[in-house]
Design a protein around this ligand. Structure first.
Ligand code: PLP
Length: 229
């Protein structure tokens, strides 16, 4: 079996084991394969092993892979990298999901620029749960008003929350920011937001993320191996 297919199988097994251990339904935990720096051929290998959702961080690199793989319409492209105003149009036109929304001006641009022939752009709001300075994401305090504004934009479909916590020492420390995001997610649901996506957990904190309620794991090195630069 090719290496990437094997790695995917291994990650799927890890997800199932963690789901069992933390009494989660495996079917509600989705896997996003983070393919930044990897060539289109690697994406195709993962696709042939059954993977459909791919996450990219760098716009130009992503656009060339989307172009190269346009004969595979079942691929679902997620933008998970830093967002700037000059990128919103290409994201609105080429991606199904955006996980890193943290600016209402960007939201308004995406809402205006999303092409009519495509369904609304799926959105996760990026939250800086531990309020680390210099880090992307809005604060937990800003979240309710921000979510309300995004939910009113017809060409955006607010699906949930995303976080990218600082690396932590051990399992218990990994859980802290993930639990805070889960609580914020549940509070929004209680306020009536129809959210179904909690985008958290990467190769190194996969088990903690499953323990804390993740519904979408973003895994790069665990599938594709060490990053190429
Ligand atoms: C690179 C990246 C990942 C994947 O990280 P790995 O440690 O390789 O699994 C997940 N989310 C974001 C936002 C990333 O930039």
């Amino acid at each position: 079996m090719p290496e990437i297919a094997q790695a995917l199988q291994h990650i799927q097994q890890q997800i199932r084991a963690a789901a069992l251990r933390f009494q989660r339904e495996p079917a509600e935990i989705h896997l996003l394969a983070v393919s930044k720096t990897r060539p289109a051929a690697d994406i195709l290998s993962a696709y042939q092993a059954g993977q459909r959702d791919f996450g990219e961080n760098y716009l130009q690199e992503a656009l060339s892979k989307i172009q190269a793989l346009q004969d595979y319409p079942a691929l679902v492209w997620h933008f998970i990298g830093a967002l700037q105003s000059n990128k919103t149009r290409a994201i609105a036109e080429n991606f199904a999901w955006l996980h890193s929304l943290d600016d209402l001006n960007h939201a308004r641009r995406l809402n205006r620029q999303r092409p009519e022939h495509l369904p609304a752009l799926n959105i996760c709001i990026q939250v800086n749960v531990s309020a680390e300075p210099q880090k992307a994401g809005i604060s937990l305090e800003e979240l309710p008003a921000f979510a309300t504004a995004v939910a009113e934009m017809p060409r955006l479909r607010l699906r949930g929350l995303m976080t990218l916590p600082a690396p932590a020492e051990d399992f218990a420390a990994q859980c802290v920011p993930l639990r805070a995001l889960h609580e914020a997610y549940q509070q929004l649901q209680a306020q009536g937001f129809a959210l179904d996506t909690l985008s958290m957990g990467m190769t190194d904190d996969l088990d903690a993320a499953i323990a804390e309620g993740s519904t979408m794991l973003r895994v790069g090195t665990g599938i594709f191996g060490a990053r190429l630069s």
